[in-house]
Ligand binder design. Structure first.
Ligand SMILES: Cc1ncc(COP(=O)(O)O)c(C=O)c1O
Length: 444
């Protein structure tokens, strides 16, 4: 550890690391990690929602090893078997007409390309994204990332307009039953009938006003980039039906709808494979990364033939996208999700997790939310304000010291983010809930 501290200046100062006493992780297996001192941790963050099927999964390891013996790289100027096999398996998870895939190397790159596709196809430039959304770190995509904590001080992606955050817990409108979540919102009431949500309608009115006021009447926006549940923003779920209606309004103005599934995809939400499906929304373009490769650096953009074909007005090239190693890993991840019924596990264990967290008797928990194994716990102080950073850090450190790793997010950093490998079981949930409960109770 001493050696690592001495070498720290070799990495950029601005890179984020967690914890006062830094962890040096040396080994991983399933939902567990070990540090350099041999201490075992239950990993409830999965390398930021990236380790989808479990650390060092034997089947994924074997697929990668087998491919390394055959062929590492050719680039897209030659065809390979793995890219076609994987393209077929990946596109099979999408409804028609989302059947063409561009392979890239990260989530930022996927969103960057998605914006380019929208601009190219519509011949327009202006984009729309949402406050509290996170879409990555390339200069274009930074224009669509709307969290002050992640905004750079240098000029970046211009011409991306911001829609208000659609947050039924803290936003302008919201009510008890707004969310598709086994846990209701505590601090708000509503008398909406089943199948109706007045908060959704009010946000949609604003969305339509944004489209009318912010974009040229003679043309319109190129597109709308949005997460199906906000990840870095603190697991914020929109009221039911919002995405479906927002996408319909955007399409009426001729803009393309991009669903960022970098955190929400691959069955994590339990009821559906893709987040947009949970809102019955129909995107034109879907971006994905993180869980796609269980930690292997890769990403993808899936769209319609029409949109992909219009991009062929100019050549598209990506040295590494869809290379044989990535394709072999991606295919093995899809196989494991299916064989081990991990989507079903997310549904069952996720519901249990949310209910157990909601049962913690603490006035410092303002909100428990999420779907499947994408969970957020928003902490507040005695006055109902966001839990101050120092107290938050202490609780966060306390959870780690009890052997459980989680993340945090939201503009004020006061939401615990829990997004483990999708293979966890109820015993793991009990351990995590116990650690969180205890750390909140003791303040450390
Ligand atoms: C929703 C979302 N989109 C895009 C990205 C960017 O992905 P990457 O870090 O692989 O570039 C992230 C990363 O956290 C993300 O959470």
């Amino acid at each position: 550890m001493q050696r690592v501290n001495a070498l720290r200046p070799l990495l950029p100062k601005g890179t984020l690391t967690f914890y006062k006493d830094q962890l040096l992780i040396t080994k991983g297996s399933g939902q567990f990690l070990w540090d350099s001192a041999g201490k075992k941790y239950l990993d409830m963050f999965g390398g930021i929602v990236t380790v989808s099927v479990g650390h060092c999964h034997p089947k994924v390891n074997a697929a990668l090893k087998e491919q390394t013996e055959k062929l590492w790289h050719t680039t897209s100027i030659y065809h390979t078997e793995p890219i076609y096999e994987y393209a077929q398996a990946l596109t099979a998870t999408f409804p028609d007409p989302l059947k063409v895939v561009f392979f890239v190397n990260s989530g930022s790159e996927a969103n960057d390309l998605a914006i380019a596709l929208a601009r190219n196809h519509t011949g327009r430039f202006d984009m729309l994204s949402m406050r509290n959304g996170y879409h990555g770190m390339t200069q274009t995509v930074l224009g669509a990332t709307n969290l002050g904590t992640w905004k750079p001080t240098f000029p970046h992606g211009f011409s991306v307009y911001k829609f208000m955050n659609v947050d039924p817990y803290k936003g302008v409108w919201g009510g008890t039953k707004c969310r598709d979540c086994p846990v209701e919102i505590k601090n708000r009431k509503c008398d909406c009938k089943e199948g109706q949500c007045s908060a959704t309608s009010k946000y949609i009115d604003q969305f339509e006003e944004t489209l009318a006021y912010d974009f040229p009447a003679s043309s319109g926006p190129a597109g709308f980039l949005v997460e199906s549940i906000q990840g870095v923003g603190g697991t914020v779920q929109y009221p039911k039906g919002f995405l479906k209606r927002a996408f319909e309004a955007m399409k009426k103005r001729g803009g393309l709808c991009i669903s960022d599934e970098v955190q929400t995809g691959f069955g994590r939400l339990g009821s559906h494979f893709w987040g947009f499906q949970t809102q019955d929304a129909t995107p034109d373009i879907v971006t994905m990364a993180k869980g796609i490769g269980n930690g292997f650096p890769m990403g993808a953009v899936v769209t319609t033939k029409e949109i992909a074909d219009s991009f062929a007005r100019s050549l598209y090239f990506n040295t590494f996208g869809g290379n044989p190693l990535a394709s072999a890993v991606g295919k093995a991840v899809l196989d494991v999700i299916e064989e081990e019924k991990l989507q079903e596990n997310c549904l069952k264990v996720g519901e249990y997790f949310l209910k157990q967290l909601a049962a913690i008797d603490s006035s410092l928990i303002g909100d428990v939310r999420g779907k499947g194994l994408m969970v957020g716990v928003e902490l507040i102080d005695e006055e109902g304000n966001p839990m101050p950073a120092a107290r938050m850090a202490s609780i966060f450190e306390g959870v780690k010291n009890r052997g459980v790793l989680i993340g945090k997010g939201g503009l004020q950093g006061n939401t615990l983010r829990i997004k483990p490998p999708m293979c966890i079981d109820k015993k793991d949930v009990d351990m995590a809930v116990q650690a969180i409960d205890d750390a909140i109770r003791k303040g450390q």
